[in-house]
Design a protein around this ligand. Structure first.
Ligand code: COA
Length: 378
């Protein structure tokens, strides 16, 4: 390739940047496996804790390993009084993703092993983050509504505890299962933008907390994790199924993006969508409110017919979280609570066989020139 005509892949489309044994995204079959297991089977048959163990260790846990994993996670959920005070001091209208990003950054300053980038220390820190992130998300959310934080309950599973932290109670098992499924589906997804950010930060020799803070910053964007919130805002704006098709046409007329549709890798559908849709439908049944899923069905059919674009995971996740009772600003932070598993698996993998990530750019600015004296400047 000559220097004058570099092969620029804008957005790194199609670029294979490294090897990875964590997950496999297969656009030809619209499928995704974590360590070889189809994600929809993991979602149905395993708890999120089992999936977290799998992502970090390469194999599913046996009963004793799972019990020990659960003990470790559930015993480290509490935040320090200092962090709780910092969270209370956040501006009331702070964006929840900024709040969790700041809380994780603070956790890094408190962590006794913060600067230790050895694999055993990184694994211990990843466990602490997995355990504490839900507590911080819920505390920040409650503080934004003028409510006190609720102490985590170590007797509850990861998903049950999340509901307890946010609402002070645990809903019926179908609701907890639907939430747990969403965490599994959100846990990992190859070299997506936030994971690649975390790997890039790791490649400099920086620590896990720094990588996760960067991952959260990337995930906030509406083209990435922020889409699950945008979907619910969109459905709320449409308001009722009868308006769905007309509303969509106005988006087409304005050449505007329709949130929750399209994907950089999957062009013919996303294997996580049928599973999440099925659980979102279940939530609609439990709550007795079919409106959101009916609107979703109409939008998906019309997008496919008119644009041949399929929904992504954020499309059913948005209404599912709403039906579970969560406020919209919690949706993307929930994604963080799940993706911390994938991010840390990738951080461990990157550090184990590291090379600084440092691509090149093709310069298109001014040609080289002399610095003018102040009097000669326009
Ligand atoms: N709504 C409307 N049109 C869309 C679309 C959407 N959600 N997603 C893609 N398109 C259109 C593009 O505008 C483009 O049209 P053009 O050829 O006329 O320019 C065409 O489909 C192809 O887009 P593509 O190049 O495949 O998109 P991408 O790979 O650069 O972007 C996303 C992928 C996810 C960023 C993009 O689909 C998007 O912004 N989706 C909405 C946000 C979202 O749901 N994000 C969550 C991702 S998991």
């Amino acid at each position: 390739m000559s220097e004058a005509e570099p092969d620029i892949r804008k957005g790194l489309v199609g670029v294979v940047a490294d090897v990875s044994a964590v997950s496999k995204v297969m656009p030809e079959t619209n499928s995704l496996t974590y360590r070889g297991y189809p994600v929809q089977d993991l979602a149905e048959q395993c708890s999120f804790e089992e999936v977290a163990y799998l992502l970090w260790n390469g194999e599913l846990p046996n009963a004793a390993q799972l019990a020990s994993f659960r003990r470790e996670e559930s015993s480290q959920r509490a935040l320090t009084p200092a962090l709780l005070e910092v969270i209370r001091a956040f501006p009331r209208d702070a964006h929840p993703m900024d709040a969790i990003r700041t809380a994780v950054s603070f956790m890094g300053m408190e962590d006794p092993e913060a600067a230790d980038t050895s694999e055993p220390a990184t694994r211990r820190k990843a466990m602490r983050l997995l355990a504490k992130i839900p507590t911080a998300i819920a505390a920040a959310h409650r503080a934004s509504k003028g409510q006190d934080a609720i102490a985590p309950d170590p007797s509850l599973t990861f998903s049950e505890n999340f509901f307890h932290l946010v609402f002070g109670k645990v809903p019926q098992p179908e609701v907890v299962k639907a939430f747990d499924v969403s965490l599994t589906l959100y846990a990992e997804h190859g070299f997506n933008a936030s994971t690649f950010t975390a790997r890039t930060i790791t490649s400099t020799g920086a620590d896990l907390h720094g990588a996760v803070v960067g991952g959260i910053a990337a995930l906030k964007g509406p083209l990435h994790g922020g889409a699950n919130e945008a979907v619910m805002h969109m459905l709320s704006e449409i308001g009722e199924p009868a308006r769905a098709v007309e509303w969509l046409q106005s988006r087409f007329d304005h050449r505007a993006l329709v949130m929750g549709f399209g994907h950089r890798v999957y062009k013919h559908g996303d294997s996580r969508v049928p599973t999440m849709t099925q659980y979102a439908e279940k939530m609609a049944e439990v709550v007795g409110d079919r409106r959101w899923m009916e609107m979703s069905r109409l939008l998906a059919a019309e997008m496919l017919a008119k644009k041949n674009i399929h929904p992504n995971l954020d499309f059913p996740a948005g209404p599912a979280y709403h039906l579970m009772g969560f406020d919209i600003p919690l949706f993307t932070p929930i994604f963080v609570a799940a993706r911390i598993t994938g991010w840390s698996a990738h951080v461990i993998e990157q550090a184990a066989d590291n090379r600084l990530i440092r691509p090149l750019s093709h310069y298109t600015g001014a040609t080289q020139r002399a610095v003018p004296a102040m009097a000669d400047r326009r």
